[in-house]
Write a protein that binds this ligand. Sequence first.
Ligand SMILES: CSCCC(=O)/C(O)=C/O
Ligand SMILES: [Fe+2]
Ligand code: NI
Length: 182
Amino acid sequence: MTHLRIFDEAGGAPLTDTRDAVAIADALAPIGVRFEQWPSRPLAADAGQDEVLEAFAPEVERLKAENGYQSVDVIRMVPDHPEKANLRTKFLSEHRHSEDEVRFFVEGEGLFTLREGERIYAVLCEEGDLISVPAGTRHWFDMGPSPRFTAIRLFTNADGWIANFTGDAIADRFPRHEPAEA
Ligand SMILES: CSCCC(=O)/C(O)=C/O
Ligand SMILES: [Fe+2]
Ligand code: NI
Protein backbone atom coordinates (compact mmCIF):
# COMPACT_ATOMS: atom_id res chain seq x y z
CA MET A 1 0.00 0.00 0.00
CA THR A 2 1.22 3.51 -0.81
CA HIS A 3 3.23 4.76 2.14
CA LEU A 4 4.88 8.01 3.23
CA ARG A 5 7.44 8.31 5.98
CA ILE A 6 9.10 11.61 6.83
CA PHE A 7 12.43 11.53 8.68
CA ASP A 8 14.78 14.11 10.06
CA GLU A 9 17.97 14.28 8.01
CA ALA A 10 19.85 13.13 11.15
CA GLY A 11 17.90 9.84 11.11
CA GLY A 12 15.83 8.21 13.83
CA ALA A 13 12.19 7.14 13.86
CA PRO A 14 9.79 8.62 11.29
CA LEU A 15 8.25 11.97 12.29
CA THR A 16 5.26 11.15 10.05
CA ASP A 17 4.10 7.72 8.92
CA THR A 18 0.93 7.47 6.84
CA ARG A 19 -0.74 5.29 4.21
CA ASP A 20 -3.58 7.76 3.66
CA ALA A 21 -3.49 9.14 0.11
CA VAL A 22 -4.97 12.53 1.02
CA ALA A 23 -2.55 12.94 3.94
CA ILE A 24 0.34 11.96 1.62
CA ALA A 25 -0.67 14.55 -0.98
CA ASP A 26 -1.06 17.21 1.73
CA ALA A 27 2.34 16.43 3.27
CA LEU A 28 4.12 16.57 -0.09
CA ALA A 29 2.43 19.69 -1.48
CA PRO A 30 4.45 22.17 0.67
CA ILE A 31 7.68 20.93 -0.95
CA GLY A 32 6.17 21.30 -4.43
CA VAL A 33 5.59 17.58 -5.01
CA ARG A 34 2.38 16.61 -6.76
CA PHE A 35 0.88 13.30 -5.63
CA GLU A 36 -2.33 11.95 -7.17
CA GLN A 37 -4.08 8.63 -7.57
CA TRP A 38 -5.58 7.86 -10.98
CA PRO A 39 -8.37 5.32 -11.56
CA SER A 40 -7.16 1.97 -12.87
CA ARG A 41 -7.85 0.92 -16.45
CA PRO A 42 -8.21 -2.59 -17.86
CA LEU A 43 -4.91 -3.54 -19.51
CA ALA A 44 -3.54 -6.84 -20.81
CA ALA A 45 -0.57 -8.17 -18.82
CA ASP A 46 1.58 -7.86 -21.97
CA ALA A 47 0.26 -4.41 -22.98
CA GLY A 48 2.86 -2.44 -24.91
CA GLN A 49 3.76 1.25 -24.70
CA ASP A 50 1.02 2.33 -27.13
CA GLU A 51 -1.75 0.52 -25.25
CA VAL A 52 -0.55 1.88 -21.90
CA LEU A 53 -0.40 5.45 -23.19
CA GLU A 54 -3.80 5.13 -24.85
CA ALA A 55 -5.39 3.85 -21.63
CA PHE A 56 -4.17 6.86 -19.65
CA ALA A 57 -4.37 9.44 -22.46
CA PRO A 58 -6.84 11.80 -20.71
CA GLU A 59 -4.64 12.16 -17.61
CA VAL A 60 -1.41 12.37 -19.60
CA GLU A 61 -2.85 15.05 -21.90
CA ARG A 62 -4.01 17.04 -18.86
CA LEU A 63 -0.49 17.02 -17.38
CA LYS A 64 1.07 17.94 -20.72
CA ALA A 65 -1.35 20.86 -21.14
CA GLU A 66 -0.79 22.07 -17.56
CA ASN A 67 2.98 21.78 -17.45
CA GLY A 68 4.25 21.74 -21.01
CA TYR A 69 5.77 18.25 -20.96
CA GLN A 70 7.02 17.43 -24.45
CA SER A 71 7.63 13.71 -24.50
CA VAL A 72 6.20 10.63 -22.86
CA ASP A 73 7.41 7.05 -22.66
CA VAL A 74 6.80 3.85 -20.72
CA ILE A 75 9.47 2.09 -18.65
CA ARG A 76 9.00 -1.53 -17.55
CA MET A 77 11.15 -3.42 -15.06
CA VAL A 78 10.84 -7.12 -14.35
CA PRO A 79 12.63 -9.30 -11.77
CA ASP A 80 14.78 -11.04 -14.41
CA HIS A 81 15.94 -7.82 -16.12
CA PRO A 82 19.64 -8.46 -16.90
CA GLU A 83 20.67 -4.95 -15.82
CA LYS A 84 18.55 -4.78 -12.66
CA ALA A 85 21.48 -4.60 -10.21
CA ASN A 86 23.26 -1.85 -12.17
CA LEU A 87 20.05 0.12 -12.63
CA ARG A 88 19.18 -0.21 -8.95
CA THR A 89 22.60 1.12 -7.96
CA LYS A 90 22.38 4.01 -10.44
CA PHE A 91 18.97 5.24 -9.26
CA LEU A 92 20.02 4.78 -5.58
CA SER A 93 22.64 7.51 -5.92
CA GLU A 94 21.28 10.86 -4.82
CA HIS A 95 20.68 13.08 -7.84
CA ARG A 96 18.75 16.02 -9.27
CA HIS A 97 17.15 16.65 -12.62
CA SER A 98 16.86 20.00 -14.39
CA GLU A 99 13.21 19.19 -15.08
CA ASP A 100 10.34 17.77 -13.06
CA GLU A 101 10.46 14.00 -12.56
CA VAL A 102 6.93 12.88 -13.40
CA ARG A 103 6.08 9.20 -13.02
CA PHE A 104 2.79 7.34 -13.05
CA PHE A 105 2.82 3.73 -11.79
CA VAL A 106 0.66 1.64 -14.12
CA GLU A 107 1.61 -1.46 -12.12
CA GLY A 108 4.14 -2.51 -9.51
CA GLU A 109 5.97 -0.27 -7.07
CA GLY A 110 9.09 1.67 -6.22
CA LEU A 111 10.42 3.80 -3.36
CA PHE A 112 11.19 7.46 -4.09
CA THR A 113 13.11 9.27 -1.35
CA LEU A 114 13.24 13.06 -1.52
CA ARG A 115 15.43 15.47 0.44
CA GLU A 116 14.20 18.96 1.17
CA GLY A 117 15.67 21.17 3.88
CA GLU A 118 16.33 18.99 6.95
CA ARG A 119 13.63 16.48 6.02
CA ILE A 120 13.72 13.18 4.13
CA TYR A 121 10.47 12.03 2.48
CA ALA A 122 10.29 8.30 1.65
CA VAL A 123 7.34 7.72 -0.69
CA LEU A 124 6.50 4.13 -1.63
CA CYS A 125 4.56 4.50 -4.89
CA GLU A 126 2.30 1.73 -6.09
CA GLU A 127 -0.12 1.02 -8.92
CA GLY A 128 -2.32 4.05 -9.62
CA ASP A 129 0.07 6.61 -8.06
CA LEU A 130 1.35 9.71 -9.83
CA ILE A 131 4.32 11.55 -8.36
CA SER A 132 5.89 14.71 -9.73
CA VAL A 133 9.18 15.72 -8.12
CA PRO A 134 10.13 19.35 -8.88
CA ALA A 135 13.22 20.14 -10.91
CA GLY A 136 16.27 20.54 -8.68
CA THR A 137 14.97 18.42 -5.79
CA ARG A 138 17.59 16.02 -4.42
CA HIS A 139 16.26 12.46 -4.47
CA TRP A 140 16.96 8.78 -5.10
CA PHE A 141 14.85 5.80 -6.14
CA ASP A 142 14.91 2.16 -5.04
CA MET A 143 13.32 -0.45 -7.26
CA GLY A 144 14.34 -3.22 -4.84
CA PRO A 145 16.21 -6.48 -5.43
CA SER A 146 13.37 -8.04 -7.44
CA PRO A 147 11.97 -5.05 -9.36
CA ARG A 148 8.57 -5.05 -10.97
CA PHE A 149 6.91 -1.93 -12.27
CA THR A 150 5.54 -0.29 -15.37
CA ALA A 151 5.58 3.50 -15.27
CA ILE A 152 4.66 6.33 -17.61
CA ARG A 153 7.37 9.01 -17.67
CA LEU A 154 6.75 12.58 -18.85
CA PHE A 155 9.64 14.81 -19.89
CA THR A 156 10.10 18.47 -20.77
CA ASN A 157 13.43 17.72 -22.43
CA ALA A 158 12.92 15.51 -25.49
CA ASP A 159 16.35 13.93 -24.80
CA GLY A 160 14.77 12.06 -21.88
CA TRP A 161 16.40 11.05 -18.59
CA ILE A 162 19.38 13.17 -17.51
CA ALA A 163 20.60 13.08 -13.88
CA ASN A 164 23.11 15.24 -12.01
CA PHE A 165 24.56 13.08 -9.23
CA THR A 166 25.39 14.88 -5.97
CA GLY A 167 28.04 12.38 -4.82
CA ASP A 168 26.47 12.28 -1.34
CA ALA A 169 26.00 8.75 0.07
CA ILE A 170 22.97 9.81 2.13
CA ALA A 171 20.81 7.06 0.61
CA ASP A 172 22.85 4.52 2.60
CA ARG A 173 21.37 5.94 5.84
CA PHE A 174 17.68 5.63 4.97
CA PRO A 175 15.33 2.68 4.34
CA ARG A 176 15.62 0.67 1.16
CA HIS A 177 12.81 -1.03 -0.70
CA GLU A 178 13.28 -4.63 0.43
CA PRO A 179 9.80 -6.24 0.36
CA ALA A 180 9.58 -9.40 2.46
CA GLU A 181 8.51 -11.46 -0.58
CA ALA A 182 11.63 -10.44 -2.58
C1 LIG B 1 9.83 4.94 -11.96
S1 LIG B 1 11.12 5.42 -12.98
C2 LIG B 1 12.37 5.76 -11.74
C3 LIG B 1 13.71 5.95 -12.22
C4 LIG B 1 13.99 7.37 -12.56
O1 LIG B 1 13.74 7.74 -13.66
C5 LIG B 1 14.57 8.26 -11.62
O2 LIG B 1 15.00 9.44 -12.04
C6 LIG B 1 14.69 8.04 -10.32
O3 LIG B 1 15.09 9.02 -9.55
FE1 LIG C 1 15.40 10.80 -10.56
NI1 NI D 1 5.34 -4.05 -1.37
